[in-house]
Design a protein around this ligand. Structure first.
Ligand code: G4P
Length: 544
């Protein structure tokens, strides 16, 4: 459970650090919103992001998004992969000033093939915006990302996009959210018409109706004429439209999930908004509601106590380590989410894992490949720290009394392949490259018990991760590799040391994880069931 800034009580009897009374720090925390967008490719994440940039007055920046992407694509082989595929492999954290708030948007790789980073990035967010295509509802990638948020109880706002396109059925989308995702869906506004007839929205809480002006489709601030739903004399709606809108709203009042802010913060209900990111209809209303409803950075559990964001000492954790940000420098960047206190450049901190003291003299905000020095940051902010190997995924950096945040979860891989080093003479470089890529979290690895070291079993959330690993081994370590995909689709960790010989279904594979634990790979859930039946004494380690 997440605590809000002003909750003074402890949770579940856990000790809680004393908060600071520094009003400037508290003010900076209160005005911050750190979120990620979860969606299936093509639902409209990029369009909505660009609209946020537009409304925040960063029009030039929106233009620069494209410009920089193009420049980036020609500077590195690895980035070439992105260009060829037309996808974004690297993630960026955007920091935007919007209506007195500092909004940090953790942008995440959008392609369905590359989602382990996306998963990890969600751990650094305080809330998420789920973008759904009105005609397609809850799609596969959305569901996976939703599950990661739900496990961590991250509050989610829903934007049902593309209402201007035919085929959208608002009631069906709500039903899907509730049935497939198992969360209450509470529409806070309701569309008036769909497809070509989508001409306005009704705010359910105020019962105000806003009709978009026809003469300015797609303008940044869509002009509307507003009126009262319950005023029969209002010329805004004809009698038929008004009657059916009243019916729909009455139905929602009776059958729909009620909205309750506390339940939203506990991730039990999602407020739902309708609109069209492309034509800007409903976007501004959504962004304003987002600022009002979404939580500022909250407390986070550490191994000793709950750490409130206003704890006076700085602390944060590394949720992503990325190499090859700039091929000229060959360095790596560790992305840190500030969780408490004030970050000031040049400050001395301790890495909780190693006990090592570090001076943070170089700190960046990153926008794709471009860097800007950050002198000060607050809870919710993301900073990039150049790394020569001193940071690992999940590391906590802190000042003052020791803090160590919970380790980052590992996500269950769904794709496996054997990677072999082509030239025996390059085996040392192969091992070093793999070590670094694993440390960065670019890939998980397993080994065959008698594999000998020339080959590794790569385990990934999406197969594109394999290509990235091969491309980076080639460009950064000069190692050519061969990849042989395996037919397995799931892995289970066997708890403890199996006492008896494992009775394996045909086609399944026994492997070892990096700490020597036994992992069994299966081709299908059916094989897993067969394995359970044949080995009744085996216990599986719980999946995340
Ligand atoms: P993604 O980041 O989630 O993958 O989606 P993105 O925003 O790139 O949108 C995917 C496609 O859907 C784009 O069209 C985009 O213009 C369109 N789109 C997004 N929001 C809306 C909306 O509210 N209404 C309608 N009608 N379309 C929308 P595209 O043809 O693939 O790309 P483009 O040529 O427009 O850039």
């Amino acid at each position: 459970m997440r605590l809000q800034l002003d909750d003074e009580v402890s949770v579940d009897g856990n000790r809680r650090w004393e908060g600071s009374i520094d009003p400037a720090l508290r003010n900076e925390i209160r005005r911050r919103r750190t979120f990620a967008i979860i969606s299936h490719p093509d639902a409209g994440k990029t369009t909505l992001t660009e609209k946020l940039l537009l409304y925040a007055g960063c029009l030039d920046v929106a233009g620069m998004v494209r410009g920089r992407k193009t420049r980036r694509a020609v500077t590195s082989d690895w980035m070439e992969l992105e260009r060829q595929r037309g996808i974004s492999v690297t993630s960026t954290a955007l920091a935007i000033e919007y209506r007195g708030h500092r909004v940090n948007l953790l942008d995440t790789p959008g392609h369905q093939d590359f989602s382990e980073d996306t998963y990890r990035t969600l751990i650094a967010a305080d809330c998420a915006v789920m973008v759904l295509d009105a005609a397609k509802g809850v799609e596969a990638q959305t569901e996976k990302l939703f599950r990661v948020c739900a496990r961590r109880k991250i509050p989610i706002l829903t934007f049902v996009n593309k209402m201007d396109r035919p085929g959208g059925d608002p009631l069906k989308v709500l039903g899907e959210v509730e049935e497939v995702l198992g969360i209450g869906a509470a529409p806070l506004n309701w569309p008036i018409g769909t497809g070509r007839d989508f001409r306005g929205l009704c705010d359910r809480r105020t019962r105000r109706v806003s009709i978009f002006h026809d003469d300015a489709p797609g303008s940044l601030v869509v002009p509307t004429t507003d009126g009262d739903l319950d005023d029969p004399s209002s010329p805004l709606l004809d009698a038929e439209t008004r009657a059916s809108l009243l019916d729909e709203i009455a139905l929602l009042d009776v059958a729909g999930a009620p909205f309750d802010h506390q339940r939203f913060l506990r991730a039990e209900v999602t407020p739902v908004f309708f609109g069209s990111a492309l034509t800007n209809s409903g976007v501004e209303a959504f962004l304003d509601a987002f600022l009002t409803l979404s939580p500022p950075p909250g407390s986070r559990p550490s191994d000793g106590a709950i750490v409130p964001p206003d704890r006076s000492g700085f602390s944060g954790f590394i949720f992503k380590v990325q190499g090859n940000m700039d091929p000229k420098h060959r360095d790596r960047i560790a992305f840190l989410r500030v969780c408490s206190g004030r970050f000031v450049r040049d400050m001395e901190v301790v890495n909780a894992r190693t006990g090592e003291r570090l001076r943070l003299s170089r700190s960046h905000r990153l926008f794709a490949q471009d860097r800007e020095t950050v002198d000060e940051a607050y809870p919710g902010d993301i900073i990039g720290l150049p790394s020569t190997g001193q940071y690992r995924l999940g590391d906590t950096l802190y000042q003052g009394d020791r803090v160590r945040y919970e380790p980052l979860p590992q996500f269950a891989p769904e794709h496996f392949a054997v990677l072999t080093c082509r030239e025996t003479l390059r085996r040392k470089q192969f091992a070093k490259g793999m070590e670094q890529l694993v440390e960065e979290g670019a890939i998980q690895t397993l080994s065959e018990p008698d594999g000998g070291g020339r080959q590794q079993i790569l385990a990934a959330i999406g197969p594109l991760q394999f290509e990235v690993v091969q491309a980076r081994l080639e460009s950064e370590y000069g190692v050519s590799t061969d990849l042989e995909p395996l037919p397995h689709t799931m892995a289970c960790r066997v708890e403890g040391e199996p006492t008896s010989t494992l009775r394996m279904p045909l086609g399944s594979l026994r492997a070892l994880d990096r700490s020597g634990g036994v992992v069994v790979l299966f081709r299908s859930p059916f094989d897993l069931d067969a394995f359970r039946t044949r080995n009744p004494d085996i216990r599986f380690a719980p999946a995340d």
